[in-house]
Ligand binder design. Structure first.
Ligand code: ADP
Length: 211
């Protein structure tokens, strides 16, 4: 098994690249989706959040009202920290559970975990390698404006909340340039996939004395 982290700035094309890796045969774990799943009623993070913030942040059906919770934590750093302390360990536990499940099914799997803030959260040590999806900050702003119907200022604010993408380049093992067409990116993903397969095959290989 090869355990790969995939990251990039907002709008750099992580979801798009995930899709191309899935076509190649990768198993994809999406951390945003994991975070949502551990916050479902009676799951570990849900229980912790209700204990810390009270029942008033719940919808009538018992799910967490994200707008209410957001309004509380985004105006108070301490509360945001508290929320992260509840959610992050639950997400990592759930991730480990899913990795174990895949390992059981397919010992030669290449698993790609899509984590928007992988470097900001210092999660590199969970992975054999990290892939960065890269586009220039100017193109990031253009794509986020288009995708989210944001104005320039809203897009710029989202970018500013993250580590600059050029700093992320220095921390990654592979950088996928997603500035070109989708077909070009698909070709790059195919190339990276070949290298990942080679890496996976090297794992556990014994280097013996030359005869
Ligand atoms: P992320 O998951 O990193 O936030 P997405 O994969 O959602 O980014 O891509 C951001 C936006 O840019 C989406 O609307 C997507 O369709 C578009 N996009 C992604 N890659 C390309 C590309 N190579 N050329 C043009 N648009 C792209």
């Amino acid at each position: 098994m090869l355990n790969i982290g995939l990251t990039g700035g907002i709008g750099s094309g992580k979801s798009t690249v995930d899709l191309f890796f899935r076509e190649e045969g990768a198993y994809i774990i999406d951390f945003d989706e994991l975070a949502h799943s551990v916050e479902e009623p009676d799951r570990p993070a849900w229980t912790g959040i209700v204990a810390a913030f009270g029942h008033s942040i719940l919808n009538e059906n018992g799910t967490i009202n994200r707008e209410k919770l957001g309004a509380i934590v985004f105006s108070d750093r301490e509360k945001l920290k508290k929320l992260n302390e509840i959610v992050h360990p639950a997400v990592i536990e759930e991730w480990k559970r899913r990795i174990a499940e895949i390992q059981k099914k397919d010992g030669r799997a290449i698993v790609i975990s899509d984590i928007p803030l992988l470097f900001e959260a210092g999660l590199q040590s969970l992975f054999d390698m990290v892939i960065l999806v890269h586009i220039s900050p100017e193109e990031q702003i253009r794509r986020v404006m288009k995708r989210n119907s944001y104005n320039r200022e809203q897009a710029q604010n989202r970018l500013r909340a993250q580590m600059p993408i050029d700093k992320k380049i220095t921390l990654a093992d592979f950088v996928i340039n997603n500035e070109g067409t989708l077909d070009q990116t698909r070709t790059i993903v195919h190339e990276v996939w070949q290298r990942l397969r080679e890496e996976e095959q090297k794992k556990g290989r014994i280097i013996d004395v030359p005869r």
